[in-house]
Write a protein that binds this ligand. Structure first.
Ligand code: PLP
Length: 469
């Protein structure tokens, strides 16, 4: 694209004008980069993303995250910055905090964490002394790296004890209680990256209370369902709750720290309230300057998450995931726990001849994105794995309900059936099937466009005519 038509928003000097000029410059001066960015939009439009840890951010979220607010350097918090000229950013951060509190029914919110990993590290550093004990779900059982995995600093700086699953593949709460009684952790973590069942936060809190531990709920994966009441909320059960903002909230890369009724419970020194501890934990203890434009994008995403459409999408996500799991079982796949309560389903491939990485790559060749995942007791290394994780966040954003998701399950099944493994990493997909499936995926995506595709088409009409509004 050589030149953009006149800015249709009529504001040449505000953010819209700046974005408009920026896009023009990008296309004129750096066509290589602009071409890649455009290609990504088309790619997202025409592939069936079933990545459980992703959602599609609205154009307004993306616009906010690319705003001039990014030029503001401001350590500290609104009203208590270490730099001048932060009035607009202060208001934006206050807005984001207010919206986070309202959306989650929280009494405290910190919107500065650059990610949920940074949020978890900050919370743990504030509550657990170096060498202190934490208790979290084992990585192989579906936990996250920051919950005490040896591959993370949380497994090296703390004495990390890990709980697992029972014979049915669900969290073994009896084991959690036994390990808590034996090791008396300072923090018990409730949360998972690859677990398809409801988390019983009340039960976790009972266990934490029985040994005087703080309960940290990490709802990185399920925060959209929590916000929409499709999963019980941990806010008043846990002392502290953390989440990513991009997985289910349709926000930018980033994290949040939240707290409910215990926001002023005393910290480990017996005096300092948890909310004050968390403020310090993020800045200055673990982060420097916040990312102002990302915070603006969080504010926008949090507003959208309070809209009825978000709740409808969350309902569709859960009903879609149930249909997905049931259909995969019907087609003969080994679905962990036999089903799902949330947005994801996990397939154990050990009875098939495929590895996780082969399944992931073969599906991608057919236009379907899922990610390889270790399954409990997996003997294969993390880059190979014996499972895949599938999620319905983006399918629901495309408006796909159970009936369409069953069609997606059929496509996944057909792609896996058309794949012949040659080793743990090499394989061959039947070329006729690959072409057929790719076409089917394209047609399905066209019938269920991403939410912004319609807006894009409309805006394109406006840009073409140069009409202002
Ligand atoms: C449970 C859980 N916590 C934390 C994280 C880390 O999130 P982020 O990518 O925001 O650092 C993840 C994501 O992968 C996760 O699944």
């Amino acid at each position: 694209m050589a030149d953009l038509p006149p800015n249709p928003y009529g504001v040449e000097y505000g953010q819209a004008g700046l974005t408009h000029v920026g896009l023009g410059e990008l296309h004129r001066e750096d066509p290589e980069l602009a071409g890649l960015l455009d290609a990504e939009v088309r790619h997202q439009d025409t592939t069936l993303a079933m990545i459980a840890s992703a959602s599609i951010a609205a154009p307004s979220v993306l616009a906010a995250s690319g705003s001039a607010l990014s030029n503001v350097t401001a350590e500290g918090y609104p009203g208590a910055r270490y730099h001048p000229g932060t009035g607009n950013f202060d208001e934006v951060e206050r807005l984001a905090v207010r919206r986070a509190k309202v959306l989650f029914g929280a009494r405290y919110a910190n919107v500065q964490p650059h990610s949920c990993s940074s949020a978890n590290l900050a919370v743990l550093a504030a509550l657990v002394p170096p060498g202190g004990t934490l208790l979290g779900l084992d990585l192989d059982a579906g936990g996250h790296l920051t919950h005490g995995s040896p591959a993370s600093v949380t497994g090296r700086h703390y004495r990390a004890v890990r709980y697992g699953l029972d014979a049915s593949g669900r969290i073994d709460y009896r084991q959690v209680a036994e390990l808590a009684a034996e090791h008396r952790p300072t923090v018990l973590i409730a949360g998972a990256s690859a677990y398809s069942r409801t988390l019983d936060f009340a039960r976790f809190r009972e266990i934490a209370d029985s040994v005087g531990a703080y309960l940290l709920a990490d709802i990185s994966h399920i925060s959209g369902l929590v916000a929409a009441n499709e999963h019980p909320s941990p806010i008043d059960h846990a002392h502290i709750t953390t989440t990513s903002t991009y997985k289910q909230l349709g926000g930018p890369r980033g994290g949040l720290i939240l707290s409910g009724r215990d926001h002023q419970a005393p910290g480990p020194d017996g005096r300092t309230p948890l909310d004050r501890l968390m403020q310090r934990a993020v800045f200055p203890q673990n982060q420097g300057t916040p990312a102002p434009a990302s915070i603006a994008a969080k504010a926008r995403a949090l507003a959208l998450a309070a809209e009825p459409l978000f709740a409808r999408t969350a309902r569709l996500t859960v009903s879609g995931a149930r249909a997905l799991a049931a259909e995969l079982v019907r087609l003969g796949h080994e679905v962990l726990t036999g089903g799902t309560d949330n947005h994801m389903a996990l397939i154990d491939l050990r009875d098939s001849r495929l590895t996780g990485v082969i399944a992931e790559r073969a599906l991608e060749e057919c236009g379907i994105l899922v990610n390889r995942n270790r399954v409990p007791g997996d003997a294969r290394p993390p880059l190979i794995t014996s499972g895949i994780r599938l999620g319905c966040n983006i399918l629901a954003q495309r408006g796909m309900g159970p009936e369409h998701v069953r069609e997606c399950a059929g496509l996944v099944h057909a792609a896996l059936t058309a794949t012949t493994p040659l080793s743990d990493t090499e394989y061959r997909v039947d070329p006729h099937q690959r072409i057929r499936l790719r076409e089917h995926v394209r047609a399905l995506c066209a019938r269920h466009p991403l939410p912004h595709s319609t807006a894009l088409a409309e805006a394109h009409g406006v840009l073409r005519t140069g009409a202002s509004r």
